[in-house]
Unconditional design. Structure first.
Lengths: 332, 348, 572
């Protein structure tokens, strides 16, 4: 589903007003995130002003948007929070979507019918052996690698296909997905935060790794319908390798549901981070984030400005992402 | 057909068992914090406990809870070898009891895990169940209207997205501060399920009070689940409306509403069904945020507190329970799939 | 029609239920393992101990005991604490409370198979019980070592009825010494096993979940994570004691503790009259309510000092923090006064040590709290041998001791995640330390993982609250060598301080102890294994019509037994 690449000007001016505003806002967020350290902010985001606690916005003094109940400047929290959102939450969402698209797409395309040749099975067993550190792990690994290399060479020389067994790809992917989302995400995260002291950056990575099942299910469901469509069948019949048909013909159609889902899952991740702060296990206080700022409302519910500004940023960003994603999916 | 359904169920059941075992083995591996948290905090000047006494107490706790046994059939030495522990191990005991339907007893309260989970579930299901039904119905109605592109569809989508961007606790707190606040509108009660002090009320009044207390929590949950469903379904509907058969139907002169209801909805439901089926485990697991904000008892708080207190029997029991819910959900989803799209045949 | 349910106003009659907010469920009402303050408060209604804290005078007063105990030093290694139980004291069954019940309780504390490890480690110093031959109510605890504090510690456990829990007297066949030294052997005794089974069934049964007691209240209903209701017994033995001492009063007819985890919800409930008393109100909520004119019509606000002190501690086991000078320098990076202003909004007290400034006898007023001067901290660091130099990418402090590798001054600061007070303290410390080029990494840690990190010494600086009281000054668990691995998280241990702590514990008069305590405070400020920041205030908000709250610095901060509705309600 190749799309002609537009010049930059067309990219901006060919759009409706909402789309221009959305694009504008997202560029502002990106720019702010990139330039946060050099912006002339009157206060640092992680230095509490102990004499100005819970100050309302637009009052005398230099705290333009006020301070929270810890005496942190809201404006600089917002600016550096944009940085956190771009550098942490966005990559996590992208990673989850990618992982989901690949896993779900492959599972839906090949189902349980693909076959894997014997040498690869041998390597797989050796890897498991090594991971469990059964006796002589390295020896087994090297031995298996050598054996499978030999087998492949022999097969090439004899020009005869090797014995291959079925790989239940669909079952494996779905089993992992099922296992992962059997435990509700919030409980999983709370339990992990309780059991181990993972650093929070590691935690977001972990969130990405645990939130791929949902995109995977969406893509798989779509793939089940796409793989039997005439044009995929036609591509297969032309003699393309299955991998190529999958990547270039089937997958671009199968990922359609992700377009609408992406801004939503981004919102979900931002919200989750905020909820973790609400439950007391969020990012450390020296990392500014919209979510943590928002969670600060529980400490001082009369200070509306603590929740208002981050809510505004969150909603605008999610709306902008959504508007842009709708635009792309409505293109021919 | 029946055989493949059974095989499907068996496979998922196996996955649930493996999951519960993994959670069991991982959590019981590090029990220092458990024994640490049973003992009183060392930050009180009134304690007379020395380090020696504390270590002895920890050892005694391990013994009492049966945690001094080896964890699994095989264990790993400090060197790199493996050794056999025999049947006298924690996993064997746990699995054996589980097969007899005994989930064990809580580390903290000494009560049976099944009774604690049962009590919590009785509070959680009405709350989350009502919210889920309302959200699904709301999404079905809203998405169909939105897909016909009425004049308000942009604004409607915007509001839904804005709502979705807000974390659940913000929605819950906002409802609380707007509708249960004597300084704003004090229409609904702030916490709990009924007024604990008044016990001598007739059944009808009690029921009405119960419903009255549930309005805000259910509203918060519904509002937070609604946008996700609606937008997903609406996106699918819009895409389907561009498909050939919809255009044909339009050419036949059917109304947009009619096309959606009679032709498109079925196909568009496909991706949404996965989401709806996904809901079931979440229903069982409760909604910790809403339970905290509205001071409701339930699974969410039970499990979150069990995690914080390292009350592993409760935690493993909760995982098993959500696993069972997942089993049911999968079955349901497969049936719904079959109903919605006859092109898909059961694989494997 | 429905609206009336939401808005129905409660009427205050003299016997209406009093509703109090709790943040947590008490989990168990097992006197041998009470997990939290809520459990302790709840159990205090069901049963009373020999001595109880008197909120009106902030001292310990005799409750089940007739008078304060007598202290006798038998020899260097044994202290005898003598009590006599009140003659009128009786269990619900009508049986009198006797010294044999105390003996039974001590055995239960050591009985194998019961969840009694906490009680065991707390009362391990009681060696034997001596019952007077001529008076079944008079007895003495024989305690190991010499200490006047045994007079307090022996009086604060709950006594259980032998006749109801062990009707056959199975535990009487064994001595206390058997429970202390031959636990494995007696665990197989069938009589003991029966008692254990009965006990466990009683505390875990869904229906009662309680043991018989001799307190003024009985449990009516307990819904986990919702509420717990107590009702005043119509006939309680202490009603006969005239004049009724403060600790034996029990005025509320019905008490309900509502469990509301979130502070914002609790505030709303209080404003709407859905709860009547809200202890430990967060600072911001408290000041907001106090400023609100509508809240002032229905609520009253009380504050007092508490014995909880916010503390920073250093890991003295790490080479970079092993010397007192470095620790003192870093202590000066805490802006205690500013933090007190910002987080407690003017309430609370600055302090030099772990003893409350209100304790005029023991508080060392001749030394000043450490000032907040990062500049002089830098000078102190220089004196401690640190030199400004490059640490990787940034500027910092390094030193090379005579023996051992080069050290870099960088700190990992741990505190309990979700605690707003310590999050602010941590940010302030990080900023002040950064101003003198000391990099600090903040590690908010989940509660259980935090306790474990403190035990294993996986931190450089920690922040936590230490709970004190005006009766006992036992620093052995917190700062003595014997406490390393228990409460002594900083791992501080020097021969001089160990000696002083032991002397405080063994002091035989209050004057002598006060002298030693003053010396101890000066020594601790000089050595700085921990930096006490300030004493936290205690804030209580309650309905205007509620009287007899007696807000005080002892936990739980108010007196529940004397609560009553004002007979002339001012609010309709």
């Amino acid at each position: 589903m190749g799309r002609p690449s537009y010049p930059l000007a067309v990219l901006i001016f060919s759009r409706s007003w909402p789309q221009r505003i959305a694009l504008g806002w997202l560029s502002v967020v990106l720019l702010t995130a990139a330039l946060a350290p050099v912006l002339p902010l009157p206060y640092l985001p992680n230095v509490p002003d102990l004499s100005q606690v819970s100050q309302p916005p637009f009052s005398i003094g230099k705290h333009w948007l006020g301070t929270d109940s810890q005496g942190l400047d809201i404006l600089s929290q917002l600016v550096f929070g944009a940085r956190t959102a771009v550098a942490l939450t966005l990559p996590a969402t992208v990673m989850a979507a990618l992982l989901g698209a690949i896993a779900g797409g492959a599972a839906g395309f090949w189902l349980n019918q693909s076959r894997l040749a014997a040498p690869y099975w041998l390597l797989l067993v050796a890897c498991v052996w090594w991971a469990l550190s059964l006796p002589w792990p390295w020896l087994v690994l090297v031995g298996a690698a050598a054996a499978s290399g030999c087998l492949l060479a022999i097969a090439k020389w004899r020009q005869r296909p090797l014995p291959a067994w079925r790989l239940p790809l669909d079952s494996i992917v779905m089993a992992i997905a099922t296992t992962l989302d059997t435990i509700p995400r919030l409980i999983l995260v709370v339990a992990i935060a309780a059991g181990t002291s993972v650093a929070i950056q590691g935690m977001l990575l972990l969130l990405a790794l645990t939130s791929w099942p949902q995109p995977a299910r969406l893509v798989r469901a779509q793939m089940l319908r796409v793989r039997v469509l005439p044009f995929v069948e036609a591509a297969r019949a032309t003699g393309f390798s299955p991998g190529r048909v999958w990547l270039w013909h089937a997958l671009p159609h199968a990922v359609q549901p992700l377009r609408a889902a992406f801004p939503l899952s981004m919102a979900g991740l931002l919200g989750l981070e905020s909820t973790l702060s609400f439950l007391g296990i969020g990012l450390p206080p020296n990392v500014a984030s919209w979510g943590r700022l928002l969670a600060g409302i529980r400490h001082d519910q009369s200070a509306w400005w603590i929740a208002f500004f981050p809510c505004l940023c969150l909603i605008t960003s999610i709306l902008s992402l959504y508007i842009l994603s709708r635009h792309q999916s409505s293109q021919p | 057909m029946v055989r493949s359904a059974l095989w499907h169920l068996f496979r998922t059941g196996l996955a649930v068992w493996v999951l519960a075992s993994v959670v069991f083995l991982l959590s019981y591996r590090s029990l220092n914090a458990t024994t640490e948290l049973v003992l009183p905090d060392t930050t009180d000047l009134a304690t007379t406990t020395t380090a020696v006494a504390r270590r002895a107490a920890q050892q005694a706790i391990r013994q009492r809870l049966g945690l001094d046994l080896p964890l699994f059939y095989i264990g790993r030495n400090d060197g790199n070898g493996w050794h056999w522990n025999g049947q006298h191990n924690q996993y064997h005991r746990w699995a054996g009891r589980l097969l007899h339907g005994d989930l064990g007893t809580s580390f903290r309260t000494g009560q049976a895990v099944s009774s604690q989970l049962g009590t919590a579930l009785a509070y959680t299901l009405p709350l989350t169940g009502t919210a889920a039904v309302l959200a699904v119905l709301g999404a079905l109605g809203l998405a169909q209207r939105l897909a016909t592109r009425p004049w308000w569809h942009r604004a409607g989508r915007g509001i839904l997205l804005g709502l979705h961007a807000l974390p659940l606790f913000v929605v819950a707190l906002a409802l609380l501060l707007l509708l249960a606040n004597p300084e704003m509108l004090a229409w609904f009660p702030t916490y709990g399920l009924d007024d604990a002090a008044d016990e001598q009320l007739d059944a009808t009044t009690q029921f009405v009070r119960y419903i009255w207390h549930l309005v805000l929590p259910v509203a918060a949950l519904t509002l937070s689940a609604l946008p996700d469903f609606t937008l997903q379904l609406e996106a699918a509907l819009t895409q389907e409306l561009r498909a050939g058969y919809a255009i044909t139907a339009r050419a036949k002169g059917l109304s947009e509403q009619g096309i959606i209801r009679n032709h498109v909805l079925r196909n568009a439901l496909l991706p949404t069904l996965t989401q709806v089926a996904q809901l079931l485990p979440a229903l069982v697991a409760g909604a910790v945020v809403v339970e905290v904000v509205f001071a409701l008892p339930g699974m969410g708080r039970l499990l979150a507190e069990a995690a914080a207190n390292r009350d592993f029997p409760i935690l493993v029991g909760g995982v098993l329970l959500t696993g069972l819910a997942r089993l049911l959900a999968l079955l349901l989803a497969d049936l719904l799939y079959l109903w919605a799209d006859p092109r898909i045949r059961w694989q494997s | 029609m429905l609206l009336t349910f939401g808005c129905s106003k409660r009427k205050h009659s003299s016997d209406a239920t009093i509703r109090i907010r709790w943040a947590h469920d008490p989990e168990t009402l097992d006197p041998l393992s009470l997990h939290n303050q809520a459990a302790l408060d709840a159990y205090n209604l069901l049963n009373i101990s020999l001595l109880q804290a008197d909120a009106s005078t902030q001292t310990l007063a005799p409750a089940l005991a007739e008078a304060l105990p007598s202290v006798q030093f038998l020899n260097d290694s044994i202290t005898a604490i003598g009590y006599r139980i009140r003659s009128v004291a009786a269990w619900d069954s009508g049986q009198p409370v006797l010294a044999s019940d105390v003996d039974f309780t001590l055995k239960l504390m050591l009985c194998p198979g019961l969840p009694n490890e906490v009680a065991q480690s707390q009362y391990h110093f009681i060696r034997a019980l001596q019952v007077a031959a001529n008076d079944p109510r008079r007895f003495s605890f024989l305690c190991r070592g010499r200490s006047i504090e045994y007079a307090h510690t022996t009086g604060d456990f709950f006594i259980l009825p032998e006749a109801e829990l062990d009707p056959h007297g199975s535990l009487r066949h064994f001595d206390l010494a058997d429970f202390q030294y031959r636990r494995a052997e007696i665990a197989t005794d069938s009589g003991i096993q029966t008692v254990v089974r009965h006990y466990l069934a009683a505390i875990t049964s869904q229906a009662t979940r309680q043991l018989p007691g001799c307190g003024a209240y009985q449990l009516v209903k307990w819904e986990k994570d919702r509420y717990i209701t107590f009702h005043r017994k119509s006939h309680w033995w202490a009603d006969q004691v005239r004049p009724t001492p403060f600790v034996l009063q029990a005025r509320p007819q019905q008490l309900t503790y509502a469990i509301i985890p979130d502070a914002a919800t609790a505030t709303l409930a209080l404003q709407r009259g859905e709860i009547d008393l809200y202890p430990r109100v967060p600072a911001h909520e408290f000041s907001r309510l106090r400023a609100s004119s509508t809240a002032a019509k229905t609520l009253r606000f009380y504050t007092s000092d508490s014995h909880d002190v916010a503390t920073a501690g250093f890991n003295t086991r790490h080479p970079i923090l092993a010397d007192a000078q470095t620790r003192r320098a870093l202590s000066q990076c805490f802006d205690a006064a500013g933090l007190l202003r910002a987080t407690q909004l003017g309430q609370g007290q600055p302090t030099v040590g772990l003893i409350s400034p209100n304790d005029h006898l023991n508080y060392n007023d001749s030394i000043a709290p450490l000032p907040f001067v990062p500049k002089s901290a830098a000078a102190l660091l220089r004196q401690a041998g640190w030199r400004p130099s490059r640490m990787g990418e940034v500027m910092g402090w390094t030193r090379t001791p005579v023996r051992g590798p080069r050290q870099e001054l960088r700190l990992a600061l741990r505190y309990r995640a979700g605690d707003e007070l310590f999050a602010t303290v941590a940010l302030q410390f990080q900023a002040a330390a950064a101003s003198i080029d000391v990099p600090v990494q903040l590690l908010p840690t989940e509660s259980g993982a935090f306790s474990q990190a403190l035990q294993t010494g996986d931190f450089d600086v920690y922040l936590r609250t230490l709970g004190g009281n005006p009766f006992m000054f036992n620093f052995i668990p917190i700062l003595h060598t014997a406490g390393i691995g228990a409460g002594n998280a900083s791992g501080y241990s020097t021969p001089a301080s160990d000696q002083l702590i032991e002397a405080i514990a063994a002091a035989d008069s209050k004057i002598r102890r006060a002298q030693l305590l003053r010396r101890f405070q000066a020594m601790m400020q000089d050595q700085s294994p921990m930096a006490p920041l300030f004493f936290l205030p205690n804030r209580v908000a309650a309905s205007r019509n509620l009287t007899g709250i007696h807000v005080n610095s002892l936990k739980p901060g108010y007196s529940v037994m004397t609560l009553a509705w004002d007979s002339a309600p001012q609010v309709p």
